[in-house]
Design a protein around this ligand. Structure first.
Ligand SMILES: Cc1cc2nc3c(=O)[nH]c(=O)nc-3n(C[C@H](O)[C@H](O)[C@H](O)COP(=O)(O)O)c2cc1C
Length: 187
């Protein structure tokens, strides 16, 4: 089997950026999204619980996503300007991929499920970068987890781990500085 050389993988990892600079008019093909989600599932997953859940929102569904989030924010007393901004937030890219984590059968397993999903998301982001997509991992706003899960039909308790804005990249983004890793060696 031919593997990607480290010297080829390294620049891909460094090139992945959190970016919303995309072509608004160009849809993201479903077969590409399917492939990205499939690659996500190759992440390590303790007990093979297969905890990842994916939902792609395009067209009017992006507005519905913004609306359920904004309504939840409004109900909990968030400032009106923040609520208004949330309504239109997901119209900024052609697609938003919602990624969720299933509840485990113990608190430890639930935490491990979430770690597995985060690892899967990184697979997905790197693969998307390789394909020429821009990606932007946003958190689910406080208090909106359950309404987002309901909107996409997930089981109650599923954690909304990422709202990933997706689109074809139009420009590069300067990478933020990174400190050296906190790494110690012990013998
Ligand atoms: C769990 C997680 C949640 C994030 N949530 C947000 C978010 O809500 N809003 C945002 O602007 N960026 C969010 N980000 C993206 C980070 O801000 C971004 O990765 C960081 O600025 C470094 O930039 P880079 O990804 O281009 O290296 C999130 C990243 C992770 C891993």
């Amino acid at each position: 089997m031919e593997l990607v050389a480290l010297d080829a993988l390294d620049p891909l990892i460094r090139a992945r950026r959190t970016s919303m600079l995309v072509d608004q008019a160009r849809p993201v093909p479903h077969d590409l999204v399917t492939r990205l989600c499939e690659l996500a599932t190759w992440a390590p997953n303790h007990k093979r619980t297969w905890p990842w859940r994916f939902a792609l929102l395009e067209g009017d569904a992006r507005g519905r996503l913004g609306n359920v989030i904004a309504d939840a924010m409004d109900a909990q007393g968030d400032p009106p300007e923040k609520v208004l901004k949330a309504r239109g937030k997901y119209l900024r890219t052609p697609a938003t991929l919602v990624v969720g984590t299933a509840v485990g059968d113990s608190p430890l397993r639930t935490a491990e499920n979430r770690d597995a999903v985060a690892a899967g998301i990184q697979n997905l982001l790197l693969a998307a970068t390789a394909a020429g997509l821009a990606t932007y991992w946003g958190s689910c706003p406080k208090g909106a987890n359950d309404v987002v899960g309901e909107l996409v039909g997930w089981e109650s308790g599923t954690h909304v781990t990422a709202l990933i804005y997706l689109g074809w990249a139009t420009s590069e983004v300067a990478p933020p500085e990174r400190p050296a890793p906190a790494l110690t060696f012990h013998a």
